[in-house]
Every structure is written in structure tokens, then in C-alpha cells.
Design a protein around this ligand. Structure first.
Ligand SMILES: *[C@@H]1O[C@H](CO)[C@@H](O)[C@H](O)[C@H]1NC(C)=O
Ligand SMILES: *[C@@H]1O[C@H](CO)[C@@H](O)[C@H](O)[C@H]1NC(C)=O
Ligand SMILES: *[C@@H]1O[C@H](CO)[C@@H](O)[C@H](O)[C@H]1NC(C)=O
Length: 310
């Protein structure tokens, strides 16, 4: 039944855009990706890591990995330009949505039955568990199976890998991180779970939280634009982002003296699920790796970017 309907949707997509943009009620029902939060109605409502009573239902609250990081990176090239893998002009790129524990420690690759990462990193966990490389169909096909070409297009635009195809990056982020977030457990999608539903739902959630933080525009609007001739101070960058979030994000720099800006992480506690609940922005718990002054926010190689629409 599911497969047959998939084929009919694929047909209507190729016939005309209009049907895809205005899906019929039945198509919408077929492609839902949401968890079942029926049992959450009426439960105490508390932010993760701030709860004063035990959060009993791990599908209703983030009980594991309750310090949630929306991470973005600034790269100047992808290495796969010749294959059309380009960075979004006027935007930072998505890295992921990471579950830290309330004490800032973190778990990774928590469910090896959902290991889709072709190049696990680390390939051996601290407790000695080996994470086997995945060799099946890529997560790109999971998104296609749910008919989410809109999501796929967004991800190919804003969630861009360096040195390997985008889908390898997406698979890594899901299997390393989302498997450690309780609200993306398979059990939260019962009854009627369809395989990979939570993977697609995680990707939707990542893109949603990313859109809360238009890092490029916030910086540009305060006069901080990529430049190969001018450097910035850490406080200039921090203060600009603080002015719009009320929180100090983590800023990451590389280079021997920590002067090349390439990362920003926004910290949160979450009320309810990551899928639908409220993200409260918090100060970073990790000190910046950047120098205080002389920070380079490099311009990209022009041929590594493409113009994008929002
Ligand atoms: C908050 O919820 C978690 C998960 O259920 C629980 O382990 C922890 O003990 C709770 N904290 C308090 C103070 O009740
Ligand atoms: C967040 O950091 C800013 C700047 O250091 C500080 O003024 C503020 O009090 C911090 N907020 C909290 C809740 O700790
Ligand atoms: C700016 O510098 C970076 C880092 O060296 C380089 O990758 C990039 O191509 C340069 N961009 C321009 C427009 O010169």
C-alpha cells in the first residue's frame, strides 16, 4: 500500500509542480514524519536539564542529551566543486544538532542498529565498541522514499560536506548524534512506524533549528563580513550574536594561534520534544578556541559558492 502510493506521487511530481506544492489531504497523511506525542499531553512541562521532577516519558522530553547544540560551520571551499557541491552564498553551513548531557559530556553512536555512517568517526567508542562502516543505500534514498524532495533540496543547499558527498555528512550526523537523543527513538514513532521515519524527521528538525540562527546575516548586519584583508576581535563577533540571541555561543577557530574562524555552536535546553518543543538559547558551556584579537573570517573562493534563495 505504502509503496504503491509512493509510485503514484512520483508520477504526479513529474507531471506537474502544482500538485506537489499543494498535496492532497491523502498525500499529506501518507508522508507524515512526526512522532506520536499523544501520551505527552497533560505531563509536567519542564526544560531539559532544569527539571525538578523525573521526566518519565523519554519520547515527550529530551531525557538523554538534554543540552542541545545547533552547530554551524564556515568553510571557504568544499573540494567537490567540480561535481556541483557548492556552499550557500550569504549563509553559514549546517553542521548538526548535538545532544550533550547536562554536565557537557556526550554520548555517540548510541544505536548501532541505526548505523548509516559510511565512515564512522570515531570508529571505536571509548568503551571499545567498534562502529562498523555502513554500506547500504544512502540516507538520501530514505528522504526520497518519503517524497521529501523539498527537504532534500534544502539540505543539499545548506548542509554541505567537505571532501565527500553531502549524504555522508547527513548520515554521520544522524547515527553519531541523533541516536543519542531520546525523542528520535524508533519507539516514539509507534504505532505505524515506517522505517527511517525518524531519520527524515531528524533532518527536518535540524533545518528548523538552523533557521533560528542566520549567523551570516546577523554578523553582516553589524558590519562583520568575510574579508581577506581585515580581522575582527572575538568580542566583536560574540557581542553581535549576543545582541540577537541573549546568549554567548561557542566560537571555534583553527590555525596554530586560533585565528581562523570556522564554527559557531548555539546551546539550548529544550521544553518538550526537539521536534516540536521550545528551544531556549543559553550561554555556551565550552570556552571559545579563538584568539581574542586578529580573527580571520575569510571570504570564500568565489567558485565555491552559489547564489541561494531563502
Ligand atoms: C530530570 O529528569 C531526568 C530524566 O527522567 C532524571 O534522570 C532526573 O533525575 C530528573 N531530575 C530531577 C531533579 O528530578
Ligand atoms: C551569559 O554570558 C553573559 C556575558 O558573559 C553574562 O553577562 C550573562 O550573565 C550570562 N548569562 C547567564 C545566564 O549566565
Ligand atoms: C580568501 O582566503 C581564503 C583562505 O586563504 C581562500 O580560500 C579564499 O579563496 C580567499 N578568497 C578570496 C575571494 O580571495
Amino acid at each position: 500500500m505504502f509503496k504503491l502510493s509512493l509510485i503514484s506521487l512520483a508520477t504526479s511530481v513529474s507531471i506537474g509542480h502544482a500538485e506537489f506544492l499543494h498535496p492532497s489531504r491523502s498525500t499529506q497523511n501518507l508522508f507524515t514524519t512526526y512522532p506520536n506525542i499523544d501520551a505527552c499531553v497533560g505531563l509536567p512541562v519542564q526544560y531539559s536539564c532544569e527539571n525538578t521532577t523525573i521526566l518519565t516519558n523519554s519520547c515527550c522530553n529530551v531525557v538523554q542529551g538534554g543540552l542541545v547544540l545547533q552547530t554551524q560551520y564556515w568553510n571557504t571551499y568544499t573540494g567537490l566543486e567540480s561535481q556541483g557541491q557548492l556552499l550557500p552564498q550569504g549563509s553559514w553551513g549546517i553542521h548538526g544538532l548535538w545532544p550533550d548531557n547536562c554536565d557537557s559530556s556526550y554520548d555517540q553512536y548510541c544505536d548501532l542498529s541505526r548505523q548509516y555512517d559510511p565512515a564512522p568517526s570515531p570508529s571505536t567508542l571509548p568503551d571499545g565498541t567498534v562502529v562498523p562502516p555502513y554500506q547500504g543505500p544512502s540516507v538520501r534514498t530514505f528522504i526520497q522514499d518519503f517524497g521529501r524532495y523539498d527537504l532534500l533540496k534544502y539540505m543539499d543547499t545548506y548542509w554541505v560536506n567537505q571532501g565527500a558527498p553531502n549524504e555522508d555528512f547527513w548520515a554521520h550526523e544522524f547515527s553519531k548524534h541523533a541516536t543519542c537523543t531520546s525523542t528520535f527513538d524508533v519507539a516514539c514513532y509507534e504505532p505505524g512506524y515506517q522505517e527511517h521515519k525518524e531519520v527524515v524527521n531528524f533532518y527536518e528538525t535540524v533545518t528548523k533549528v538552523f533557521q533560528m540562527y542566520p549567523t551570516y546575516n546577523i554578523l553582516a548586519a553589524t558590519g562583520i563580513v568575510p574579508s581577506n584583508t581585515t580581522t575582527y576581535t572575538l568580542s566583536q563577533i560574540t557581542n553581535a550574536l549576543y545582541s540577537q540571541t541573549g546568549a554567548v555561543p561557542y566560537l571555534g577557530c583553527f590555525g596554530s594561534s586560533g585565528t581562523i574562524l570556522d564554527e559557531v555552536w548555539y546551546f539550548h535546553h529544550v521544553l518538550g520534544t526537539e521536534q516540536y518543543g521550545h528551544f531556549k538559547t543559553l550561554n555556551s558551556t565550552t570556552p571559545s578556541s579563538c584568539a581574542e584579537t586578529g580573527i580571520w573570517y575569510y571570504e570564500r573562493t568565489p567558485t565555491s559558492e552559489r547564489v541561494v534563495s531563502y
